[in-house]
Design a protein around this ligand. Structure first.
Ligand code: UDX
Length: 460
């Protein structure tokens, strides 16, 4: 096993996550993995969604001012792009100053900086590090398939797939990138298309100008997509996932997780519970909340539902009201929490289905738990992830179009009911779970890639 101490010197790896839950988690999992191999860790972060340093006493933390950043969490493509642009802009000068100071201090220690691992959305900050002589690696949150989409984005625009002109085109296949349909591509409004193209092109540049691309995925899940990336990119690709299964557990949750729901799950029959969560950023309309609630209630199944503060547009963040009659209709059958220990919930034997927005972490966590998924994607890579779940891995169903309680009830019944097609989905989900476990086992594809990554960092 390759370790930091192999060359006799202690090496420090620097991290800079994008400040959203779904991006912070894999970054900390990777940091945990490298720390366990003997590297010292420094995490640079902005004040917005700052990580809890006390949860990681072995790491150093450096706060970088983010003056001018919007204060709210983004819940649309447009708001996310604005945030990404402003993190890069606001942090450029203060990051340069703090990194230069750190490098100066390190010279006096028996330790040196090996590299910076930054989110692939932080092109400016990766450039700052290289300007100061620090090699860089880009951690791209998302599937290999999604990153292929980003590299193909100019072609998709040139061929007229994007921006989407008519909603009637959404089901049309993207011939050059199967199995995507136009509606599965990351897209924005026509007005914001130019900005999206620029933001995504910066991601690709961040990767191609770094010393390597790190992806939280595994070979058996995306063999063709990873092979295509290795063929097309001039930098090495390290698929080291599923990171949450490889890395020592250390909480990077920004919200307090309600662990009481695990006790409730202990009392439920095996594979009986539907777990419902739409991740850390997506928001729903008040009417979709009502349809979701009645779809869950009418399914007749036990459920655990995460209603995150701020989930419902227009509702006060701290108090989300469920429709009249919902409590009575589901009494004794369900639990609602504001944030759950999701990885443990999904791994619990009582959970038999996962209604997800298909953020990449949730998708991968669902895959690793062997749980079939009910997909209701919102934006960005989520439609493409749902496409892989229901069309490629065939471990779930997607609810398309307007959300209606009848559709929800039918989808839950398909997913969790006896007989086909649910039984086939559950069988394939278990096969994928086993492949995920094999990938991080001895000589598994991800274990081999982790060793190669550690060797590369050691040599930097
Ligand atoms: C964002 C983007 O919206 C998505 O497109 C991209 O793929 C990832 O980043 P996000 O909403 O953060 O998605 O979802 P996801 O990637 O699924 O990450 C959410 C994380 O929060 C997961 O690691 C999940 O385990 C955790 N979580 C979620 C909890 O710990 N508790 C919960 O109750 C819900």
């Amino acid at each position: 096993m390759a370790t930091a101490a192999a060359g006799g010197r202690r090496r420090r790896v620097l991290f800079f996550p994008l400040p959203y839950q779904g991006h912070i988690n894999p970054m900390f999992q990777l940091a945990g993995l490298l720390h366990a191999r003997g590297f010292s860790i420094t995490v640079f972060h902005v004040r917005f969604n700052a990580p809890d340093a006390s949860a990681h006493p072995a790491y150093d933390f450096v706060s970088v001012p983010d003056d001018g950043m919007p204060a709210d969490s983004p819940d649309t493509v447009q708001a996310t792009m604005d945030h990404i642009v402003s993190v890069n802009r606001a942090c450029e000068a203060p990051f340069r100053e703090r990194l230069a100071a750190l490098l100066e201090r390190q010279r006096a220690r028996a330790e040196d900086v090996a590299c910076l691992v930054a989110d692939s959305h932080l092109l400016t900050l990766l450039g700052v590090a290289r300007g100061l002589g620090v090699p860089t690696l880009a951690l791209r949150l998302g599937s290999a398939a999604c990153f292929r989409c980003l590299t193909a984005f100019p072609m998709l625009c040139d061929k007229g797939y994007l921006p989407v002109q008519e909603s009637s085109q959404l089901d049309a296949p993207v011939v050059e990138l199967p199995p995507y349909r136009i509606g599965d591509l990351p897209a924005s409004s026509a007005a914001a298309h130019g900005q999206l193209r620029e933001v995504l092109s910066r991601v690709v540049t961040a990767v191609t100008t770094s010393s390597g691309l790190i992806l939280d995925t595994f070979d058996a899940l995306e063999a063709d997509e990873l092979a295509a990336l290795r063929r097309d990119l001039a930098v090495p690709v390290f698929d080291v996932g599923p990171l949450h299964k490889l890395s020592p557990a250390a909480s990077s949750s920004l919200l307090r997780q309600d662990r009481g729901c695990l006790d409730w799950l202990d009392g439920q029959p095996p594979a009986s519970v539907l777990y419902v969560s739409f991740g850390s950023l997506a928001s729903v309309s008040a009417s979709d909340l009502v349809e979701t609630a009645w779809g869950i209630a009418n399914s007749g199944r036990p459920f655990l539902w995460v209603l995150r503060p701020g989930l419902v547009r227009g509702a006060p963040p701290s108090s989300i009201s469920l429709p009249d009659g919902f409590d009575a209709a589901t009494r004794g059958r369900g639990v609602v929490v504001s944030w759950a220990p999701q990885e443990e919930v999904l791994a619990h034997p009582a959970v038999g289905g996962f209604w997800t927005h298909c953020g990449w972490n949730s998708t991968l966590e669902g895959v690793c738990a062997g749980v079939p998924m009910l997909c209701r994607p919102f934006f960005a890579d989520q439609m493409g992830n749902a496409r892989y779940v229901d069309h490629v891995w065939r471990t779930g169903v997607t609810i398309d179009g307007e959300l209606q309680r009848g559709k929800v009830e039918a989808a839950i019944s398909t997913l969790m009911g006896a007989g086909e097609p649910g039984a086939g989905m559950r069988r394939r989900a278990l096969e994928l779970k086993n492949s995920a476990a094999a990938s991080i086992g001895e000589a598994g594809s991800s274990s081999v890639n982790v060793d190669m990554l550690v060797s590369l960092i050691q040599s930097m």
